[in-house]
Design a protein around this ligand. Structure first.
Ligand SMILES: [Mg+2]
Length: 123
């Protein structure tokens, strides 16, 4: 068991794809479809890892990450950004987001990133 992972994306297809992948990898998977939902889930769940989309309705991934990390600074967040969002990437990393990955990405790259962060946590 690798712990709890929360997948946050407004696109159902992305949520479903990542949910399947990380279930197979042995994670307890949870999903949310926007930043507000993510914050509610984090307070109830305290996940070990969050995969956070940047562009979402209601509350975007940057704002949600900032709010989550203010309260739970130890949670690993990987943010999924669009090409060319360098300013957002910088703000995210300043807020304590551990990694950013540019969409579209190879899901194996994301898997490796998650494994590396999870490994760093225990070693
Ligand atoms: Mg989106």
């Amino acid at each position: 068991m690798k712990g709890h992972i929360l997948i946050v994306d407004d696109q159902k297809g992305v949520r479903r794809l990542l949910e399947e992948l990380f279930k197979k990898e042995g994670w307890q998977v949870h999903v949310a479809s926007d930043g507000k939902e993510a914050i509610e889930q984090v307070d109830a769940l305290k996940p070990d890892m969050i995969l956070m989309d940047m562009k979402m309705p209601n509350m975007n991934g940057l704002e949600a990450s900032q709010k989550i990390l203010e309260k739970h600074g130890d949670i690993n967040i990987i943010m999924m950004t669009a090409y060319g969002e360098m300013e957002i990437v910088k703000k995210a990393l300043d807020a304590g987001v551990k990694k950013c990955i540019t969409k579209p990405f190879d899901i194996m790259d994301l898997r490796n990133m998650v494994n590396q962060l999870a490994f760093d946590q225990v070693s």
